[in-house]
Design a protein around this ligand. Structure first.
Ligand code: MLT
Length: 265
């Protein structure tokens, strides 16, 4: 799938797109690229235009990577401006969800609805920050292939690892295609992100929460907590999926999204 690179006064952001109609914008996880949305881009819902940017530093969006989740949110709003989109259904998985929550805090009026997948609202704990720093050292010393080796077993469920070797290989290659600098910068974003929990009751748009039942990074309990706090939210647990539920069980993921967006179009 060909990428388009927007270039506006030196600011550049790459994105993939498919379909036509109402805009549905997907934000990818760490440390992946827009390619992780291949199963969603490959089957755009009828009447929908699916857009997936490479967050800054990843894929074909150039470094310097953004240094905060809020800067990524600013990029998303700038992308919408350049594409002439007043409002979108915004979906994000994990790090993409952190960015989607930041967009909701900054510009709630630009959202028609939210999809938060395999994510959480809390900031990192001190232990989690220490782990980020260790991973930053690994990225600098051993490079992206070493990060892929660490991340693939964490990102995917045991059933995906056992039964879908092509998905594991795709994730490994996508991670390894990124630069060490991008990974280090993104870990800084993750480590310093604010607690989004206080803003959850103020999300007034319909919100779909999706989580792999075997998600070990942001487990179903984190999504129960989101469901309790976001007023118009519904939760769907995706069976036989881990953290990358959209890649591991694309039919179930896409069906849940299509049912949801049919209500908001
Ligand atoms: C992600 O998938 O984006 C990351 O696992 C997020 C995180 O580590 O907090």
């Amino acid at each position: 799938m060909a990428r388009t690179v927007l270039d506006h006064e030196g600011w550049r952001l790459a994105y993939l797109e498919s379909g036509a109609g109402h805009p549905l914008l997907w934000l990818h996880a760490f440390p992946l690229t827009a390619d992780m949305w291949t199963p969603q881009l490959g089957q755009p819902p009828a009447g929908w235009r699916v857009i997936a940017p490479d967050l800054r530093g990843f894929g074909a969006s150039p470094h310097p990577g953004a240094l905060s989740i809020d800067e990524h949110a600013h990029d998303v709003l700038r992308l919408m401006d350049r594409l002439g989109l007043d409002s979108v259904v915004l979906g994000g998985l994990s790090m993409g969800g952190y960015v989607a929550l930041a967009v909701a805090r900054r510009a709630a009026h630009r959202l028609r609805a939210l999809v938060l997948a395999d994510t959480r609202s809390e900031a990192d704990s001190p232990d989690a920050r220490d782990a980020r720093e260790r991973m930053q050292r690994t990225a600098r010393d051993a490079g992206p292939a070493a990060i892929a080796e660490i991340m693939v077993p964490r990102l995917l469920s045991a059933s995906t690892l056992a039964e879908q070797s092509s998905v594991a290989e795709f994730v490994r290659q996508t991670i390894a295609s990124n630069s060490s600098d991008a990974i280090v910068a993104a870990l800084e974003c993750l480590k310093t992100r604010p607690d989004a929990t206080p803003s959850l009751p103020f999300i007034t748009v319909p919100t779909l929460l999706l989580v792999g039942e075997q998600d070990a990074i942001t487990p179903p309990a984190a999504h129960e907590a989101l469901r309790e706090r976001i007023p118009r939210s519904t939760l769907v647990v995706v069976p036989r999926a881990g953290h990358l539920s959209n890649l591991e069980q694309p039919e179930l993921f896409n069906a849940a999204v299509e049912t949801f967006i049919a209500r908001v179009s």
